[in-house]
Design a protein around this ligand. Structure first.
Ligand SMILES: C[S@@+](CC[C@H](N)C(=O)[O-])C[C@H]1O[C@@H](n2cnc3c(N)ncnc32)[C@H](O)[C@@H]1O
Length: 207
């Protein structure tokens, strides 16, 4: 029988879902969802990331990797494992990721300290950032710190890919204006639970 992606990468989705739910019970606002992203959403995130990379060299940084659903899609989309750096703050989830992904760099830490985390781990330059952080359920000052850090780390013209369940862009308007971000909205993925939209934000090179 042909090995599946999951058997090759040793990733047991049921174990991942059970752990995700357990961590949600512990920290609902930090998790932002009861179950991991569905396959269609993860694939849409990966497509938007590959498009956003636009041939740039360097690492792809994934924020809030959780149990690795988006990570699997990024790998399946052809991003080399050595180019991936996963940032996860929850120690149990970070150790799950370490057990299941041997090649990507796994950094246990707070995305709000992104430039320092990347510098300390030799993870530069950056080609794109892809985030599943629950920006809608985090306090405004934390979201400000995270988004400022992302655009401090990204070169001009490079992008942040972020999904949301909400009707408005996941980066608040004031912050978009402050950083002069241009957002591009993808189609709503109705078959994800809950339905989600993938956004891409970048600071145009000339801004
Ligand atoms: C909605 S889950 C997404 C998990 C996975 N990427 C997926 O799509 O299924 C959000 C993840 O972000 C992590 N997280 C929340 N706040 C964080 C922070 N400040 N720094 C790093 N990770 C964080 C949570 O622990 C959780 O794993």
């Amino acid at each position: 029988m042909m090995p599946t992606f999951e058997s090759r990468h040793g990733l047991d989705s049921r174990a991942g879902t059970a752990l995700f739910l357990k961590r949600w019970l512990r920290r609902p606002f930090a998790m932002g969802a009861v179950i991991p992203s569905g396959r269609l959403l993860a694939e849409a995130m990966a497509r938007a990331t590959v498009q956003a990379m636009d041939g740039r060299p360097g690492h792809v940084v994934e924020l809030g990797a959780g149990t690795g659903e988006v990570t699997k899609a990024l790998l399946a989309a052809g991003i080399a494992p050595a180019r991936l750096a996963l940032i996860e703050r929850d120690p149990e989830l970070a150790s799950f990721l370490r057990r299941h992904f041997t090649e990507p760099k796994i950094i246990e830490g707070d995305a709000a300290r992104l430039p320092k985390l990347l510098a300390d781990n030799g993870t530069t330059p950056i080609a794109a950032v892809v985030s599943s952080l629950p920006l809608l359920s985090l306090p405004t000052e934390i979201v400000n710190g995270i988004v400022h850090g992302v655009f401090e780390a990204l070169p001009r013209g490079a992008a942040l890919v972020q999904f949301t369940y909400g009707p408005t862009p996941p980066v608040p308007r004031a912050l978009r204006e402050q950083l002069r971000l241009v957002g591009t909205r993808g189609r709503r993925i109705w078959r994800n639970v809950p339905p989600a939209v993938v956004w891409t934000f970048r600071r145009p090179s000339a801004a």
